[in-house]
Design a protein around this ligand. Structure first.
Ligand code: ZN
Length: 267
């Protein structure tokens, strides 16, 4: 590679998109045959195009990269609006960096489901209090469990819900909402008893192993339940596939456990 030769890196995006006129396209092909640096650049761009295209759309003007040879280094970008000195958002150095960042974010989003969730029982108890005090509203009032499942599915909840019918225990379904529990998406729904007592159920993607210490296990015939006491409420957690489910209320714990067994479809 000749040290003072002008590279054609500024033409690479246009070259890859077949936007060069035939003469310049041919000149680029000839240049690439004996310029290792530009060849590497082209390979990098192809890799980025293939691997990042599905993650984010890049506006055409931001795919233009600057040349690194002195003759083509410019302070003003000729194709920017009215020739202003606008820096390009995605220059050639930034795209691999953004891809790396995207990878880190994806890994973090996956890992967070396995990280400890310190205050989950308190947070669920807090949701219960807000519902009771009318500070958290339901998105859908619905007495039919199957209809509420359909509503959650229509709202784009990324897991299958199984809202139970608790009428045998004299609790009628009131309705539910798609919710945010700490840093994760949850579904939340509410039952009401004959004396206006409330039962709150929440479901979200998590492992009960990530719950804090301080609960005690209750071994059912088909299911294990983890019971907490927080903010004068009893909370019964259980695992359903990759989901953690919880039922919270101030009713008698044995009755709550019975409702949880029905909710967990375990009896
Ligand atoms: Zn070159």
């Amino acid at each position: 590679m000749l040290p003072h030769r002008c590279h054609l890196k500024h033409q690479i995006p246009e070259f890859l998109e077949n936007r060069l006129d035939p003469a310049r396209h041919r000149a680029m092909e000839i240049h690439l045959e004996d310029c290792e640096s530009c060849h590497r650049e082209v390979e990098t761009w192809r890799w980025i195009q293939q691997n990042c295209a599905r993650h984010f759309e890049t506006p055409p003007e931001s795919r233009v990269i600057s040349a690194d040879c002195p003759a083509t280094k410019r302070k003003k970008w000729p194709d920017s609006p009215s020739g202003t000195n606008t820096p390009r958002l995605l220059s050639q150095q930034w795209v691999p960096l953004l891809c790396g960042l995207l990878l880190v974010v994806t890994v973090a989003a996956t890992l967070r489901h396995f990280l400890p969730v310190p205050n989950l029982p308190s947070e669920v108890a807090e949701d219960y209090r807000k519902i009771r005090e009318g500070k958290l509203s339901l998105e859908r009032y619905e007495q039919d469990a199957k209809e509420l499942d359909r509503f959650f599915s229509m709202r784009g909840v990324p897991f299958n819900t199984k809202v139970a019918d608790l009428r045998d225990l004299h609790y009628r379904l009131v309705g539910g909402r798609v919710h945010q529990l700490i840093n994760r998406r949850s579904v939340l729904y509410v039952y009401q008893g004959r004396s206006a007592e409330l039962l709150l159920c929440e479901m979200f993607v998590a492992d009960t192993a990530a719950l804090p210490s301080g609960g005690f296990w209750h071994e059912g015939q088909k299911k294990k339940f983890l019971i907490y006491r927080a903010k004068r409420l009893n909370l019964v957690f259980w695992q359903d596939g990759n989901m953690t489910c919880v039922l919270a209320s101030d009713i008698d714990p044995e009755q709550l456990l019975q409702a949880a067994r029905l909710e967990a479809n375990a009896i």
